[in-house]
Design a protein around this ligand. Structure first.
Ligand SMILES: CC[C@@H](C(=O)O)C(=O)SCCNC(=O)CCNC(=O)[C@H](O)C(C)(C)COP(=O)(O)OP(=O)(O)OC[C@H]1O[C@@H](n2cnc3c(N)ncnc32)[C@H](O)[C@@H]1OP(=O)(O)O
Length: 250
């Protein structure tokens, strides 16, 4: 089975992580798919991009720990973290509206992926959190930097430093989630974007570029690189490997 699905519906490019049995963890194959999707999303007939996960249980459980646990040193981790951070930057700076439809649990890198999107909507009952701190690392795909641009200082810091999952209502209050839905993920995403999709592509592009300019002015790319470097160093420490081993051996 393919680890991702890319489909187009009336100008909306939908990317679905298709690894339900692994709670839609991000593997190297999923990274390939995201790179392909972002490139397809640039085509003229695409007005907006949606990212979601297969099934009812998880949006994305972050990096695939069973694979990434083999990366032991800072240098080894850096290559993986940098690649995924480049993907997040591409999503962030895509001159089209993007939405993460969080159809279930989003933790670790799953929250980072959602952060790169302009809008985040959550299925009722889901939970999400930047739990990286509990694994003795920081966010390492750029998500910490990105969310510090989008939430208030205190809310972003609380989410990163508490490193716990929050429920849907708490996520709404923190400003991480913009709407709570019930039912089918793709329908919910289409419904959220309904009015936006009525506008001309050039209008959407002009608005999105205002936000892109601000982020670039704020040095987003350089700051994300710093995040990747610092996470890579923590990744190489024994404290991180011990926490991951605990999850894998549970
Ligand atoms: C690596 C990048 C880094 C970053 O920079 O951000 C990160 O992403 S760090 C965060 C990594 N993610 C995690 O620590 C989350 C780990 N997963 C969980 O805590 C839980 O699985 C869940 C997401 C809360 C879901 O819980 P539940 O519904 O009870 O499912 P299970 O725990 O039983 O999992 C089912 C199945 O899936 C495997 N799984 C889940 N998450 C991952 C993952 N991230 N990587 C690899 N495999 C994962 C889990 O091991 C189970 O497999 P089987 O035992 O073979 O069925």
């Amino acid at each position: 089975m393919e680890s991702y699905i890319i489909e187009e519906q009336d100008g909306l490019l939908v990317f679905t992580i298709n690894r339900e049995e692994k709670r839609n963890a991000i593997s190297y194959d999923v990274m390939d798919g995201l790179e392909k999707a972002v490139s397809l999303a640039k085509e003229n007939e695409i007005k907006a991009m949606m990212i979601t996960g297969a099934g009812e249980s998880a949006f994305c459980s972050g990096g695939d720990l069973s694979v990434f646990h083999q990366l032991r040193t800072a240098d080894e981790a850096y290559v993986m973290l940098k690649r995924m951070s480049d993907i997040l930057i591409k999503i962030l700076l895509l001159p089209k509206p993007t939405i993460a439809v969080m159809n279930g649990t989003a933790v670790g890198g799953g929250c980072e992926l959602a952060s790169a999107c302009d809008f985040r909507i959550a299925k009722n009952g889901m939970r999400a959190g930047f739990i990286q701190g509990s694994l003795a690392i920081t966010t390492g795909w750029g998500g910490g930097t990105i969310i510090s641009e989008k939430l208030t200082h205190a809310d972003a810091m609380k989410m990163l430093m508490e490193a716990i999952p929050y429920n849907d209502e708490q996520l709404l209050q923190l400003g991480f989630v913009h709407s709570i839905y019930s039912g089918d993920a793709i329908t919910a995403g289409q419904s959220y974007l309904h009015n936006i999709m009525k506008l001309e592509s050039d209008v959407l592009k002009a608005y999105k570029e205002m936000f892109i300019k601000k982020m670039i002015h704020n040095g987003i790319e350089e700051r994300v690189n710093e995040e990747v470097n610092r996470c890579a160093i923590l990744w190489g420490e024994e404290a991180h490997h011990e926490q991951v081993a605990k999850f894998l051996n549970k």
